[in-house]
Write a protein that binds this ligand. Structure first.
Ligand code: ADP
Length: 592
């Protein structure tokens, strides 16, 4: 591999990246909204830059005045003007820096808010597919790049850009021929910057993708450490991590190489005009077009323009980084592009129609053509060996994953392309993993509702439905007891009850329970399931059953084996049929 070869792009399906036109149109909207502030900032910087022209101009005049042995008082006056101009320059710069920081923060806040909104709306399945590491890389590094661009690069570009324009204006005013001195450098800067700009965006995008990849890999390794250890896969995982580090290293080395070519070319282009300006100015002097003082002014200006010009071009890099990060941040919104926020069609609430559904997390298919229909209010228990696809089917019913082919309709609505808030009313999956958020018990429960202020009676009823009212009453502050990390830590069974109470409050048409009571002792679990059944009267419930009594109590049982539904019927029917379910039941009961 040569130094210039472009490193490979990561193969993972990461979250989308917004196309440039979308970013531009977003920036135009921001520009329109904050246009007034931007113009004020540019105007103030222009004044500051004009003030900065006074010293070189006056110095030239002083030189000419001294040569003509002018009145010393005039020279004092000119010196005083220089001091005055410098003070003006400092004052104006101070005000405009403050204003541009405020401007940058306002823009940054808006972009961040939009990003957070997009992240919170992300369909769960999308995050699962892309991996949370990608999202973490975007919230971390990309927001960091963007902040740097907005807080630092944009103000610097505005100041430097305005200063450069004003100084070139001053050259023209002295003598337009002085601009000729900049032609060779302009050509070099243009060519090298174009060379760089053609390669850099793709290079940076790849670099950021490899970071996402790496973060994801490390997250997976940490989260799955026990599994890896149990399977003795540490070496393989280490090799994979090494490969990702190497990918990231190559991507970074590529962009570094681009910069090592571009920067030195720029440095040379700044020095060249100082020498050429002197030649041109001296020639103009011999033609009587410039005084000695004006030559001095031209030289001061040629030196003065280098710093803002350098800063200006330097920002191209950071600007491209920022733009790339913005594409990745806005891209998160595209992950929900297939989401149709229009209201779902009105089917019969509580029905589930699954027809010929196939699905795989990877290329390996997990569900091989599943058909299943549930009528409103039906209670279905799914049983079968571990790894058969029960949880996967549950996730499809809850709209977390979209089938590869076939369709899943809940209440007559195809869940593909339904906005999360509408999907939530139709179907909710409750799994073993529930989280208690830091806050009061009441706040934790209210999470299920679209409003914050909730009548405590409503909450107590939900708690009673899940047998949780007694222990919540015994807490020091009842519903207002603070729980979560750093506060009162609830035991896992209580956490599950709170999660169930949330579901009771959310009251979806269809509820999928995946090991939702697994952490409770069998007696309480059974009691809870019975009382829950009372509350969820009329609601369709799919319970993934790990304890067969759940199956026994259900209206119907579906046996899932190897990605297919192999048996379906009531407890008695299936026992009579003497198939897999009958075998499971007997094994569970210990009879032969
Ligand atoms: P069950 O609930 O019946 O135990 P699952 O639906 O959890 O079965 O799993 C079905 C198959 O899908 C298994 O082979 C499992 O390894 C695989 N699987 C489950 N979740 C994922 C995932 N997030 N990514 C890849 N494969 C998965």
């Amino acid at each position: 591999m040569t130094r210039t070869a472009e490193p490979p792009v990561p193969a993972r399906a990461l979250l989308p990246v917004a196309p440039p036109p979308m970013v531009w149109s977003r920036l135009r909207v921001l520009g329109r909204r904050h246009g007034g502030a931007l113009i004020t900032v540019i105007g103030l910087y222009a004044l500051a830059a004009l003030a900065a022209l006074v010293p070189p101009w006056m110095l030239g005049r002083i030189i000419d005045a001294v040569r003509a042995s002018a009145d010393p008082e005039r020279i004092d006056l000119m010196a005083a003007l220089i001091v005055g101009a410098l003070l003006c320059h400092a004052g104006l710069t101070l005000v405009s820096v403050a204003l541009s920081i405020r401007f940058g923060e306002a823009i940054l806040a808006e972009l961040r808010e939009a990003f957070v909104r997009a992240v919170l709306r992300l369909p769960l399945g999308t995050v699962e597919r892309a991996g949370s590491g990608d999202l973490m890389a975007r919230t971390g590094r990309d927001v960091g790049h963007l902040s740097h661009t907005v807080r630092h690069s944009i103000p610097v570009m505005v100041v430097s850009g305005v200063t450069v324009v004003v100084i070139f204006g001053a050259f023209t005013a002295l003598h337009p021929a002085l601009l000729l001195a900049w032609l060779p450098s302009a050509a070099i800067i243009w060519t090298s910057t174009r060379w760089y700009a053609r390669r850099a965006p793709a290079g940076y995008l790849r670099e950021l993708d490899t970071y996402s990849e790496l973060t994801q890999g490390v997250t997976d390794t940490v989260e799955g450490a026990h599994t890896l250890e149990a399977l003795g896969r540490q070496d393989r995982q280490r090799e994979r991590t090494d490969a990702r580090v190497r990918g990231s290293y190559l991507a970074e080395r590529y962009t570094l190489w681009l910069r090592t070519v571009w920067y030195p070319t720029l440095e040379f282009s700044y020095l060249l005009p100082t020498a050429v300006t002197f030649l041109v100015a001296a020639y103009l002097h011999t033609q009587g077009a410039l005084t000695v003082g004006q030559i001095a002014t031209a030289m001061f200006l040629a030196v003065q323009v280098v710093r803002p010009l350098d800063l200006l071009i330097d920002q191209v890099d950071s600007l491209m980084m920022g733009f790339t990060s913005l594409r990745r941040l806005i891209g998160v919104e595209l992950a929900e592009e297939d989401v149709d926020a229009t209201t779902a069609d009105r089917g019969t609430p509580g029905t589930v129609e699954i027809s010929n559904v196939r699905f795989g997390y990877t290329d390996t298919e997990v569900l091989h053509g599943v058909d299943l229909t549930l009528v409103p209010g039906e209670r279905l228990a799914m049983v079968g060996p571990s790894g058969a696809g029960k949880s996967t089917l549950g996730k499809l019913i809850a709209g977390i994953h979209t089938p590869t082919s076939g369709s899943v309709r809940v209440g007559g609505t195809d869940l593909t392309g339904v906005a999360p808030e509408i999907r939530r009313e139709k179907t909710i999956l409750l799994s073993q993993e529930s989280h208690v958020f830091r806050g009061t018990v009441a706040e934790n429960l209210a999470l299920a509702l679209d409003r914050e202020a909730v009548d405590h009676d409503v909450l107590w009823r939900a708690l009673a439905a899940v047998d949780a009212d007694a222990w919540v009453r015994s807490l020091p502050d009842g519903l207002d007891t603070k729980v979560g990390s750093g506060e009162l830590v609830l035991d896992p069974a209580h956490v599950q009850q709170l999660a169930l109470a949330r579901v009771v409050l959310a009251d979806p048409e269809v509820l999928v329970l995946d090991e939702a009571t697994s952490l409770m002792d069998p007696r309480s679990a059974r009691h809870l399931e019975r009382s829950l059944a009372g509350v969820l009267e009329g609601r369709t419930v799919v319970a993934i059953a790990h304890r067969l009594h759940t199956a026994h109590d259900a209206d119907r049982i579906a046996v899932v084996e190897d990605g297919r539904i192999t048996e379906s019927g009531t407890h008695d029917e299936l026992l009579a049929a003497g198939g897999s379910y009958a075998a499971l039941w007997h094994a569970w009961h210990g009879d032969t």
